[in-house]
Design a protein around this ligand. Structure first.
Ligand code: AMP
Length: 561
């Protein structure tokens, strides 16, 4: 297929913002794409050249593209740059300049979809010194045989800035329409493969029958099963039936560990983080005895001396880290908690009930505390025992508990009533506003971020900044009203920040209290949000004290149970 045919689709998609129209445009087009090309076409429609979970990156800078446009069009770097500044879009720059050149050269090779995607994929193979010329050649080859519109979309795809409004949801709907399939079934197939390119290929080859046969493939990630929020043990029992499985809810990060030939580690967003976590690979290699598998779990930062868990922030530094990996492994050790298995020894377990999956997991895993363990669990129908387990989990420093229906299958990628989460719900605090900051963009005219303090004797100590919970307009307190309240109280103004008389007292909700050097109290509220004004009925003397904060910090436990 010639690339221009796809470009015509992009142009049509650009003309409408209506989802239904976009779905029709894509569906009609897909009907005519061949089985050998549909995978690539789906990727290119989504503005990518690799599947979502693939760690390879195109990795081209705007600067380098600018150079290629200049050499392909014959215009000077300065001229290209000038036009870039004017339009703010290198794709459009390519379109304009290449067009000028095209009118001079008559012969033009036909550019195929295959050629475009192949050349762009190759860009990711070259990194480091001496590779610039190779990259330039690959792109020039495309631009030299493309017309003006093709140039624009090639550049946009390379820069990963294709903006034709095609979301994964739209691809799902278009595939369902083109092949007369159920949207739900198409989505299910995607949740198992994480690849609409592959789903499309299967549909093209075998029609909707193919969707039923789609299974898991160790080595490629599956969408993670997700949980809905529960307010209490009682509510969870009602929704999930009795007995249910309670598990510690750990404050680490979700990992999916997949073994085909090699072991790979994926995050909840299906990013491949195998390189960052050689320790996970090692623990699993040594202690999980199965030829192939897909495991689900949580990696938690672990203090080897105290044998206690550390908060998520500690481990978060390891996720993006690309160098000094082994130093990071030593500095921030983790304990891997496994709680599920969806594939093992060639057996697809996704449709098995939780109890069976857990049994398989227990059968293949050798637990080594400090390295790899199975998440602590309790299967019970007794509310008292459940609450005790919840408190035990909080006392161990966890976020709360996960509550799981013992008969539920593993429903990839969906919030269903199979799993629920119950977190510690903490008493809101009454705090006073001591500083505020003007916002950005359309909030520039309002004070939109508010530093809040608690009391310590006669002193006020800061515990965080609130911005959420206040509205731009409509019901409830607006930024405009808050700005009006605070303006007469301003004592000092420094650029965007103002210091105000401590008068406006607000009730603040939050998820957790953390130690933090950023605020004078030494503590910070995690995810603070404005709930309501308290100053009409509360005085400065009555706000929460540093002692209250310390107490809550020490016993972050539930109020609602
Ligand atoms: P949340 O991020 O609050 O929506 O809670 C869901 C997350 O909790 C999951 O994505 C996991 O990363 C994490 N989690 C911690 N412990 C467990 C557990 N025992 N079962 C499932 N998820 C868990």
């Amino acid at each position: 297929m010639n690339y221009i045919e796809l470009v015509r689709v992009y142009l049509e998609l650009e003309k409408t913002t209506k989802k239904l129209e976009k779905t029709d445009i894509i569906a009609n087009f897909l009907k005519h794409v061949s089985g050998s090309e549909i995978k690539d076409v789906i990727y290119l429609l989504e503005g990518r050249v690799f599947p979502e979970y693939d760690e390879r990156k195109i990795g081209m800078s705007s600067r380098l593209i600018l150079k290629v446009i200049s050499s392909s069009s014959g215009d000077s770097i300065n001229d290209v740059e000038k036009l870039w500044k004017e339009t703010g879009d290198l794709g459009k720059v390519a379109e304009q300049l290449m067009n000028k050149r095209k009118q001079m050269t008559l012969a033009k090779k036909e550019l195929t979809v295959k050629k475009v995607i192949e050349n762009i994929r190759k860009l990711s193979q070259f990194t480091g010194h001496g590779t610039v010329d190779k990259k330039i050649n690959l792109i020039s080859e495309l631009l030299n045989s493309s017309g003006q519109e093709e140039s624009r979309f090639i550049v946009a795809t390379i820069l990963e800035e294709l903006r034709v409004g095609v979301s994964t949801g739209l691809i799902r709907d278009a595939l369902a329409k083109a092949f007369d399939a159920d949207v739900e079934n198409v989505e299910r197939a995607y949740n198992l493969t994480t690849d609409y390119g592959e789903v499309a290929e299967l549909l093209k080859e075998n029609g909707i029958k193919a969707l039923e046969k789609i299974s898991l493939k160790p080595g490629t990630p599956v969408k993670s099963m997700l949980a809905v929020l529960s307010e209490s043990v009682e509510e969870a029992f009602e929704a999930l039936g009795k007995p249910t499985q309670f598990e510690y809810k750990l404050d680490g990060f979700r990992v999916q560990i997949s073994k085909d030939k090699d072991i790979k580690v994926f995050t909840r967003n299906l990013e491949d983080v195998t390189k960052q976590f050689p320790d996970i690979v090692k623990f699993v290699k040594e202690n999980v005895k199965a030829k192939n598998f897909i495991l689900d779990g949580e990696a938690v930062a672990y203090d080897k001396k105290t044998k206690k868990y550390l908060p998520f922030q500690t481990i978060s530094q390891r996720i993006k880290r690309k160098y000094d990996i082994y130093e990071m492994v030593k500095k921030f050790p983790i304990e891997l908690n496994l709680f599920d298995v969806v594939y093992s020894n060639g057996r697809n377990l996704i449709n098995e009930p939780l109890l069976e999956r857990r049994k398989v997991l227990e059968g293949i895993t050798k637990q080594v505390p400090g390295k790899i363990i199975l998440t602590k669990k309790l299967v019970t129908d007794d509310e008292k025992k459940a609450i005790k387990f919840f408190e035990e989990s909080l006392n161990a420093g966890n976020e709360g508990v996960m509550i799981k229906n013992i008969d539920s299958t593993y429903v990839a990628g969906r919030y269903v009533n199979g799993w629920m989460k119950l977190k510690n719900i903490l008493e809101p605090l009454d705090l006073v506003i001591v500083k505020a900051e003007y916002g950005e963009g359309k909030r520039a005219k309002w004070l939109s971020s508010f530093t809040i303090s608690c009391k310590s004797g006669n002193e006020l100590l800061e515990v965080g900044k609130v911005g959420t919970g206040i509205k731009e307009k409509g019901e409830g307190l607006t930024y405009n009203e808050m700005t009006k309240l605070l303006k007469p109280l301003i004592m000092h103004e420094d650029d965007k920040e103002v210091i105000v008389k401590p008068k406006i007292i607000i009730e603040v909700g939050y998820e957790e209290i953390q130690k933090s050097p950023s605020y004078s109290s030494g503590y910070a509220l995690r995810f603070p949000r404005y709930l309501r004004r308290r100053d009409p009925e509360k005085s400065l003397n009555e706000i929460n004290t540093i002692k209250d904060i310390e107490k809550i910090y020490n016993s972050q436990r539930a109020k609602k149970l």
